[in-house]
Structures are given as structure tokens and as C-alpha cells.
Design a protein around this ligand. Structure first.
Ligand code: PMP
Length: 304
């Protein structure tokens, strides 16, 4: 086990330097793009969960920023699987990062070239972003960036300053995490590094994508699994007041997995509610290769 917040190792692409110059654009201006991906222990050995979905999102993030690079899906897949294999049989949390390896500043990103590094963490807990079970949530005064200011679907390092402000303020007030609102509609968008689901009267609800949230892969996983379990689930507008009417609230994210809340600003929610327990159990079984394998979501690291 490594210390919280530190990687086991970083696997640098031989195409770039092994390290990041202090003057790197990605370091100085937050222009790296990244993914967080889980590798789980299964009966057939370690397997990466929804690898291609994560890598497609990484490629889309790079495309949005307009930084040229030489990676396509097969090449990224090969490099991430090679990094996963260094982690051993118990699984890992992997963070592929496309960054600018030279020491140039400037904000015309077409002049740069992205190179890949993959950080390997023994567990998601080591990343320093994981949450305890039974989180206390507060609605943050810090809203998400408007979709007209920054493309919502881009996972760039710089936008995490927005999450960091909201999380830090929430923790300073004794909460574990913050719910952030869309700045234009004022509706619920997501938590700082996770999406949010509400349960009320036997139904699940999660904010729709037009309210400025990342299209989380775990969010999508929960939508699919809930439907398979016969649970009624919808994407739609979620008002802050809906949080006060919810019987269950839970967060979803690759690092966090599924985390139930015990309260939102003093309103108690059931961390062991029936809908949370049903989808959390299906999720646990699915990522470990015990259920719903027809979905094709696991890539075993021994493949290829
Ligand atoms: N929203 C934000 C802002 C995030 O950083 C994350 C973590 N990637 C999520 C939602 C959840 O996304 P995923 O389920 O794909 O990890």
C-alpha cells in the first residue's frame, strides 16, 4: 500500500522525456487531459473496466483542446494495458495523462504536441480523491463552469481547480463533498469528482447532461444496471429542492465507485436504502466479472 496521494509508478512514453519540465504548458496552464480507469481482480485475472469508453473520452478531450498527438485507440489501449500489467493481480487505479512534454508557454494549443504517461496507483484510495462510505454533502456556492465557458465533456487538469475549490470549502465546513449546480439553470449538476443519483418513491433520478455535468462512465453503468434490474430510472432536471425530498442520494465515479450519502445540508438520507443496495451489489458483481458479462465491459490484462 502506498501513501495516500502517491502513485506506485509512472509509466512514461519513450516518445517523451521521463518527467515533466516545470515550464510545461500542462503544468503551468492546466492543459493536460486525463482519465481515471479501474482494473479489478476477477476469477480470470485482472481486468480493466470499460477501457475503450474511457479511452474514447480521452481522445475526445484531446480533440476539444486541439492539441495534436500520435495516439489512436489501439495504441492507447496497448499502453494502458501494459501499465495495468505492472500492478499485479489485485487490480489498480490507472490514470493515463496526455501532457505537453516541452517547456513552452503560450495558449495557442495547436503549437504543442501531447505525449502519454500512465500513472499506476495500487488502489483508488491512494489517489487522495476517494470518499468514505456514508458521505455528508452540502450544496456548494461554487458552481460548475458554464458549458459556454468550457466544454463540459473535457477532462482537463485545469478544470479541477473548480472541483478543488468546492471540495475544500465543503470539507472546511465539516462535510465530505459538495454538490455543484449548473451556473445557468441553477439546477443540480454533479459532485466534485463524481455524478449524483437521487432515489424517491422507488425511482432513481440523475441530472441530465444538459445541466453541465461530465457524462460519467459509472453514471452510465448505473443507468444500464438499474434498467437490467427492473428499477425505474430517469435522466432529467434536478432542482436543489429535490435533494431535500430524496430518500436516498448516492455518488458515482470511477475512483469513488458507488458512495451513499447520509445527509445533504442537514436533510437525512438513507445510506442503506434499497435502491442503492441493489445497484451497488450489481455494480460490485459486474466489475468483478460475476454478472452481466454480455455487456462486454471487461478487458482482461492477459488478453493480447
Ligand atoms: N464528474 C466529474 C467532475 C469527475 O471528475 C468524474 C470522475 N471522472 C465523474 C463525474 C465521474 O466520471 P466517471 O464515472 O467516468 O469516473
Amino acid at each position: 500500500m502506498t501513501a495516500q496521494g502517491s502513485a506506485l509508478r509512472t509509466v512514461w512514453d519513450p516518445a517523451g522525456p521521463a518527467g515533466l519540465p516545470f515550464g510545461s504548458n500542462s503544468m503551468q496552464h492546466g492543459t493536460a487531459v486525463f482519465e481515471g480507469i479501474r482494473c479489478y481482480a476477477t476469477e480470470r485475472g485482472p481486468a480493466v473496466f470499460r477501457l475503450d469508453d474511457h479511452l474514447r473520452r480521452l481522445l475526445a478531450s484531446a480533440r476539444h483542446l486541439g492539441v495534436p498527438h500520435d495516439y489512436d485507440l489501439p495504441r492507447l489501449r496497448e499502453r494502458v494495458l501494459a501499465a495495468a500489467r505492472t500492478a499485479g493481480p489485485d487490480g489498480a487505479y490507472l490514470r493515463p495523462v496526455l501532457y505537453t512534454p516541452d517547456g513552452q508557454l503560450g495558449v495557442d494549443l495547436a503549437r504543442f504536441r501531447f505525449v502519454l504517461a500512465v500513472e499506476v496507483y495500487a488502489t483508488a484510495g491512494d489517489t487522495g480523491t476517494a470518499l468514505p462510505a456514508g458521505v455528508r454533502l452540502t450544496v456548494s456556492p461554487w458552481r460548475r463552469p458554464a458549458a459556454s465557458s468550457f466544454p463540459t465533456q473535457v477532462k482537463a487538469t485545469g478544470t479541477y481547480v473548480v472541483s478543488a475549490l468546492a471540495r475544500t470549502a465543503a470539507v472546511a465546513q465539516g462535510f465530505d463533498d459538495a454538490i455543484q449546480l449548473d451556473p445557468v439553470s441553477g439546477r443540480v449538476a454533479e459532485a466534485t469528482v463524481a455524478n449524483v443519483f437521487l432515489a424517491r418513491d422507488g425511482r432513481l433520478l440523475t441530472p441530465w447532461l444538459s445541466d453541465g455535468l461530465l457524462a460519467g462512465i459509472t453514471r452510465d453503468t448505473v443507468l444500464v444496471l438499474a434498467r437490467r434490474l427492473g428499477i425505474e430510472v430517469a435522466e432529467g432536471p434536478v432542482e436543489p429542492a429535490d435533494l431535500r425530498r430524496a430518500q436516498e442520494v448516492f455518488l458515482t465515479g470511477t475512483a469513488a465507485e458507488l458512495v451513499p450519502a447520509t445527509e445533504v445540508d442537514g436533510h437525512r438520507t438513507d445510506p442503506r436504502g434499497p435502491l442503492f443496495r441493489a445497484v451497488a451489489e450489481a455494480f460490485r458483481d459486474t466489475v468483478r466479472g460475476r454478472r452481466f458479462q454480455d455487456l462486454g465491459w471487461l478487458t482482461h490484462t492477459s488478453e493480447t
